[in-house]
Design a protein around this ligand. Structure first.
Ligand SMILES: [Fe+2]
Ligand SMILES: [Fe+2]
Length: 154
């Protein structure tokens, strides 16, 4: 396997990277739920809660402050926006929740890894100090997400 030197995450992007960690945890918890045969309704409730508290604000921040740093027709941005649309649909699909939850578990992971390994590196390469400073200010006082009251994964 090709070894690439990890690029140090710029301090301005660290809060969003921390949220990525919670996103990966969300997928891990869903997987736990599948293995433990937790009923779909409970998993769905959790996904709904996570979307509202974490995913929706995270996507909005990325789309508003981060993605415009690259050109709108940049193929990485096009891919990221397409994946946001797809993930939102999966989070909000009530017709076939079981299938959607399984797809979510996989596709959220993949989206986060794409951003961490490719997109964020590209953005911090081209961003000006002023752009990064602005992102840093916006995210310096992010509120913490409350605990979820039904930890089915434990
Ligand atoms: Fe994203
Ligand atoms: Fe993200």
């Amino acid at each position: 396997m090709e070894k690439t030197k990890p690029i140090k995450r710029h301090v301005a992007l660290q809060p969003l990277s921390r949220q990525h960690h919670f996103g990966l945890l969300f997928s891990w918890k869903l997987r736990k739920g599948f293995h433990k045969n937790i009923e779909t309704k409970r998993l769905q409730q959790y996904a709904k809660w996570f979307f509202k508290h974490e995913i929706e604000p995270h996507f909005k921040d990325e789309e508003k402050y981060l993605f415009p740093i690259l050109e709108a027709d940049n193929e990485l941005i096009e891919r990221a926006l397409k994946e946001h649309r797809r993930l939102k649909r999966l989070f909000n699909n009530t017709k076939d929740p079981e299938r959607s939850l399984h797809q979510l578990e996989e596709e959220l992971d993949a989206h986060i890894r794409f951003e961490e390994r490719v997109l964020f590196n590209e953005i911090q390469k081209v961003a000006t100090e002023a752009q990064l400073k602005k992102i840093e200010e916006i995210h310096s006082n992010l509120e913490e997400t409350p605990e979820y009251d039904d930890p089915f994964w434990e």
